[in-house]
Design a protein around this ligand. Structure first.
Ligand code: C5P
Length: 238
């Protein structure tokens, strides 16, 4: 079992997601539900996973006016989600509203506070794409600036690619949560799919990741449990 391993449930049905989560529950620290699965299956699936004892990272990347994001966070807390994300580019006021809503909803419902994290710059965006939306500084500068802003707004951390993890760890300190996808190589297998900037599981943790998100190397493996066990062993240093 590794608390650090979050498995991305990027599958086509709630049934398959639930089967995977129950079979991997004693190995993984949590399960990521993204917009595809959520749009198909809704909060009922999140509640079902939570009721089965799983920690759920609700990856819906909220980005709206502060009041609307605050209400969305409140709803997410009601589903029992453990980790929730927003876009840092929604701004400081939006992130502060999200943080306050997370605290208030958790207190009202008698639940632990959710881990609220932010997406800084989508990894699909390069310098040219940032330029198109009026951002002139280099990608890594934009990412670290947004990570600092996230921390100052009172959120717990950010999602970051393996390439950015060390810079963010240096900029935001030890207590900051960094969630790193793009895990390939070593025990996570050689098949890269569409991921270009990758690191192995233990390597990503050494670079500063608090949690790693692994999808296809586990859920696409002929034996997902075995694939997860291999990664857990690597994370445990075995
Ligand atoms: O299958 P794979 O291990 O590539 O899955 C990684 C998961 O992390 C997917 O759900 C993907 O959408 C997500 N993700 C990512 N890169 C980012 C942010 C999220 O791969 N920059």
């Amino acid at each position: 079992m590794s608390e650090r391993l979050l498995v991305a449930l990027d599958v086509e049905s709630g049934r398959r997601a639930y089967e995977l989560a129950t079979s991997l529950r004693d190995l993984a620290g949590g399960f990521k539900v993204g917009s595809r699965l959520f749009t198909l299956e809704g909060p009922a699936l999140v509640r079902r996973l939570v009721d089965a004892g799983a920690r759920v990272f609700l990856d819906l990347k909220f980005h709206d006016i502060p009041n609307t994001v605050a209400q969305a966070i409140e709803s997410a807390v009601e589903t029992g989600a453990w980790m929730i994300n927003v876009h840092a580019s929604g701004g400081t006021a939006m992130m502060r509203a999200a943080a306050a809503a997370g605290r208030d909803a958790a207190a009202r419902l008698g639940r632990p506070q959710p881990l609220l994290i932010a997406v800084t710059v989508l990894t699909s965006m390069d310098e040219a794409a940032l330029h198109d939306i009026g951002v002139e500084r280099p990608v890594l500068d934009q990412i670290t600036a947004l990570a600092r802003m996230t921390k100052a707004a009172g959120l717990a951390g950010v999602v970051a690619s393996p390439r950015e993890t060390a810079s963010i760890r240096a900029a935001c300190g030890d207590g900051f949560t960094i969630v790193t996808p793009g895990i390939r190589g070593a025990s996570a297998g050689a098949e890269r799919n569409d991921q270009s900037r990758t690191m192995g599981p233990a390597e990503a943790v050494r670079a500063g990741a608090s949690y790693i998100v692994v999808g296809r190397p586990i859920i696409g493996a002929p034996d997902p449990r075995k694939a997860a066990e291999t990664i857990v062993r690597e994370l445990q240093g075995g």
